[in-house]
Design a protein around this ligand. Structure first.
Ligand SMILES: [Zn+2]
Length: 64
């Protein structure tokens, strides 16, 4: 069973592959960073990858 040679994400297995709403690409480091409240229906979750969280000072939902 060969280990994959990915250079990132090895220690972030808890994070799922998600679409970063800030740089608008999929990232393996994206986590739920903001929930947009809507007047009707449930809030919409926005995911941010690690670099974008650092760049924009975002924190994962649940740590705020
Ligand atoms: Zn991003």
């Amino acid at each position: 069973m060969a280990e994959s040679t990915t250079s990132e994400g090895a220690a972030d297995s808890a994070h799922c592959f998600a679409f970063c709403s800030w740089h608008r690409e999929f990232s393996s480091s994206a986590v739920l960073a903001r929930i947009i409240e809507q007047q009707s229906g449930p809030g919409v979750g926005m995911y941010a990858c690690a670099p974008c969280r650092e760049k924009h000072g975002l924190r994962p939902v649940g740590e705020q």
